[in-house]
Design a protein around this ligand. Structure first.
Ligand code: SF4
Length: 195
């Protein structure tokens, strides 16, 4: 009942009071609260602030790194290990677009045998599903791995991906990688390639 009153207030552009705020805080109805918050946000900010509708496609969980904290990765041959074929990646992208996604977020383990061309083909295939899809793909660890398996420099790997209208790798990862690498040439390459 109180929730309905709060909803009325918000819909009528009235300010919520302390009692209302406590009721919202204690409510478990996150979907309704989210809808109300989105409505107020749209009213105040129009489309400047928005929710990104994306779909995660984790193309493989096989990883040569086997980081001690990782609950995602599997070794080759281990039960539960998988690698998606390009067709499966496309199917997921098609499903995502049909469900209203505007972005594909794709990361995976460091696969023991896939060549760098697979990753280029994957981005190309996703873009072919819908050229307007924003593709956010690969962590800095993956970029570094692609450089090692392809024999290309990090900058060349990024250039190759950018040519496919790859939009960006995760920004936090870029900063982490840049800081961690500590070398001026790598920083310079990254800046130039991402400019
Ligand atoms: S590199 Fe990533 S996927 Fe691989 S083991 Fe480490 S955290 Fe897991």
């Amino acid at each position: 009942m109180l929730f309905e009153q709060i909803k009325d207030k918000i819909e009528n552009n009235q300010r919520v009071g302390e009692k209302d705020a406590i009721a919202l805080f204690e409510s478990h109805d996150l979907l309704q609260i989210g809808e109300l918050a989105a409505e107020v946000n749209r009213r105040k900010n129009s489309d400047r602030v928005f929710f990104n509708v994306n779909r995660h496609i984790n193309y493989t969980n096989l990883c040569v790194n086997q980081c001690i904290f990782c609950a995602f990765s599997k070794e080759e041959g281990e039960e539960g290990g998988y690698t998606l074929a390009l067709e499966q990646v496309c199917e997921k992208a098609i499903e995502a677009v049909a469900a209203g996604a505007t972005e594909i977020h794709s990361v995976g383990g460091l696969h023991p045998t896939l060549p760098f061309e697979f990753y280029l083909d994957m981005i190309r295939a996703i873009k072919e599903v819908s050229p307007s899809l924003h593709v956010k793909a690969f962590t800095a660890v993956e970029i570094d791995y692609f450089s090692r398996i392809s024999g290309l420099t990090v900058g060349e790997v990024i250039d190759a991906l950018k040519k496919l209208v790859w939009d960006r790798c995760r920004e936090g990862e870029q900063r982490f990688w840049e800081k961690r690498s500590g070398t001026r040439s790598v920083r310079k390459n990254l800046r130039r390639a991402l400019a």
